[in-house]
Design a protein around this ligand. Structure first.
Ligand code: FE2
Length: 264
């Protein structure tokens, strides 16, 4: 049994050296708890056992532990500009030894390690065991689901480093548009404008592992809600955003329909 109440106490202790009231640190803390909820939601939908669900929630609690140092030392949340927060998180947990404060038993260490290592990569690495792969898929989906909540509700100034108003006048980089219309995730390095970044969040739908997660996105109407959060004042962007909306909605519908058919 995993003591999640104890683990959450340790998490609070870890956060003591960070300014919990600063807007973006707070956002990441709330995000962590949001992901725990989504991991539990997915675990239940998949009919996993209690132990697997507890482990998924522990991984959710720990997976972004490297974010806080990244934010403090680099004033940055983007991995490609410096430190990879997953790698740094593993260092905090397994080199600095924080993992044993969170959980006494070391039998889950490999699963925790692989899930965290793979949570922010473009795709999951080859060669994981069945349980490692399962937990890696859960954390990746749960992270994306809570990201949709954040993008739906959070103030733009807490999500972007630039003037939030300029997003309305921007254009979409051709490569970003083309990648999205091909139903692929956007490489962070290809993003040039804030609209590109916004579209890259929508493209999370192309990397969802479980139907239950995709269904959750549909039920919350996140695709339309995110697109409608911005008033696109550039005519070309406005037209392309409608094409993106259509592409996304068709993709989701088709995928859920196809998977439904598979059951028969
Ligand atoms: Fe992360």
């Amino acid at each position: 049994m995993i003591d999640l109440v104890h683990a959450q106490k340790v998490f609070k202790e870890y956060l003591k050296s960070y300014d919990e009231e600063s807007g973006d640190i707070k956002l990441k803390i709330v995000h962590t708890y949001g992901i725990m909820e989504k991991s539990e939601y997915i675990g239940k939908k998949l009919n996993l056992n209690e132990g697997q669900i507890e482990l998924a929630k522990l991984i959710a609690l720990l997976h972004d532990i490297g974010r806080f140092e990244q934010r403090k030392s680099l004033k940055e949340f983007e991995d490609f500009k410096g430190l990879d927060h997953a790698e740094y998180g593993l260092q905090v947990l397994f080199k600095d030894g924080w993992i044993r404060k969170f959980i006494e038993d070391d039998k889950y260490d490999d699963i925790i390690c692989k899930a965290i290592e793979n949570h922010n990569k473009y795709q999951i690495q080859e060669g994981l065991t069945k349980e490692e792969l399962l937990q890696a898929k859960i954390i990746r989906d749960a992270d994306k689901l809570d990201n949709f909540r954040v993008k739906d509700t959070e103030k733009f100034e807490n999500m972007f480093h630039y003037n939030p108003e300029t997003i309305e006048y921007e254009t979409i980089s051709p490569i970003v548009y083309k990648t999205f219309m091909g139903c692929k995730q956007i490489d962070v390095k290809e993003r040039k404008t804030q609209v590109d970044i916004w579209i890259s969040y929508l493209a999370f739908i192309f990397d969802i592992n479980f139907d239950a997660s995709l269904q959750y996105i549909v039920e919350n109407n996140y695709i339309n809600r995110l697109i409608d959060r911005v008033e696109y004042k550039n005519e070309d962007t406005k037209i392309k955003m409608e094409e993106i909306r259509n592409c996304a909605n068709v993709y989701v519908k088709e995928r859920l329909k196809l998977d439904e058919r598979k059951e028969y």
